[in-house]
Design a protein. Structure first.
Length: 310
């Protein structure tokens, strides 16, 4: 097999929260937010790896570490491509309101010196047309576009940097359902045309089912299950994965048995000992409360291992 485009090993990101006023009121001398803890995954060229999980589980922090917006506390990101670009969740906040669309898209082209200055206008025209907009839109400002159109502009800006890997952080969550489908189809078309790899961040399981080749399920900073998309949706192993899928009424006519997650996500400042999911898990037993499970055959769960024949 050829080497992966990107390989993440032991990626960890902590934030020091001890200086906050709230932390001081509680008398804490050192409070550490353990946003991401020892995450491993890799992405092959031309494939999509999705990270799913509840809000606050560390997906976006991990994405920002991958693109270099945050420095990892520990671990490594090995990238064998040329460039990484990112599409952010909120198209209303991710575009400079004072810049015309032409300058927004042209900036990566200029920064990386990807074309001769005389050909920048032609390149911007190509990129706008690739995402379903016209060159006439280049003279406008972001406020003159709808949310879906702004996200198309964000995609064009990301593609302007000629990336091998595109990190998509909840790229459709702030859009109407009908517009979401258009943007997802656009991302798939662009991926096929340019042979891109995607790191796709989402909490929307039907969207992940449509987009991803492989899926990693995150819970409180850790990946608890990893599998191909078909296998994960057909036969989820981890109790948390089953709970997430049970919350979705129907996926291609297949219902997943399981309980909907109860209670709130524990604090990443003081995660539970042992398995972090055990306070919410219907299958938890004593070992889960004292020993952290290791990833074996794509799942990190003592209960799953105990149920398997020897």
């Amino acid at each position: 097999m050829s080497s992966p485009l990107i390989e993440v090993r032991g990626l960890t990101r902590h934030f020091d929260a001890s200086a906050s006023a709230f932390g001081g009121l509680l008398g804490r001398h050192k409070a550490v937010v353990r946003a991401v803890e020892g995450v491993d995954f890799q992405i092959a060229r031309g494939e999509t790896f999705a990270l799913v999980g509840e809000s606050g589980c560390g997906k976006s922090t991990l994405a920002r570490c991958v693109v270099g917006l945050l420095a990892p506390t520990a671990g490594s990101v090995a990238f064998s491509g040329r460039r990484v670009q990112m599409i952010f969740q909120n198209p209303y906040a991710s575009l400079n309101p004072r810049w015309r669309i032409f300058d927004i898209i042209a900036e990566p082209v200029r920064a990386y010196r990807l074309v001769d200055p005389a050909n920048i206008e032609r390149r911007v025209k190509e990129l706008l047309e690739m995402v379903g907009l016209s060159f006439a839109d280049a003279r406008k400002y972001p406020h003159q576009f709808s949310g879906g159109q702004r996200q198309r502009i964000s995609i064009a800006r990301a593609l302007a940097g000629e990336p091998d890997l595109l990190v998509c952080d909840e790229p459709t969550s702030s859009l109407d359902v009908s517009v979401q489908a258009q943007i997802l189809n656009l991302l798939k078309d662009v991926q096929r045309k340019l042979k891109l790899s995607y790191l796709f961040i989402s909490h929307n399981l039907p969207v992940v089912y449509q987009m991803a080749d492989h899926v990693g399920v995150m819970y409180l900073g850790k990946i608890v299950e990893m599998a191909t998309t078909d296998r994960l949706f057909a036969a989820p192993q981890h109790p948390y994965t089953r709970m997430l899928l049970a919350a979705v009424p129907q996926l291609d006519g297949v219902r997943i048995s399981g309980n909907v997650p109860v209670g709130d996500l524990p604090s990443p400042i003081e995660p539970p000992p042992g398995c972090r999911f055990h306070p919410r898990c219907p299958l938890a037993f004593e070992r889960c409360r004292r020993e952290e499970p290791q990833m074996i055959d794509g799942v990190a769960c003592h209960a799953v291992r105990a149920a398997q024949p020897v």
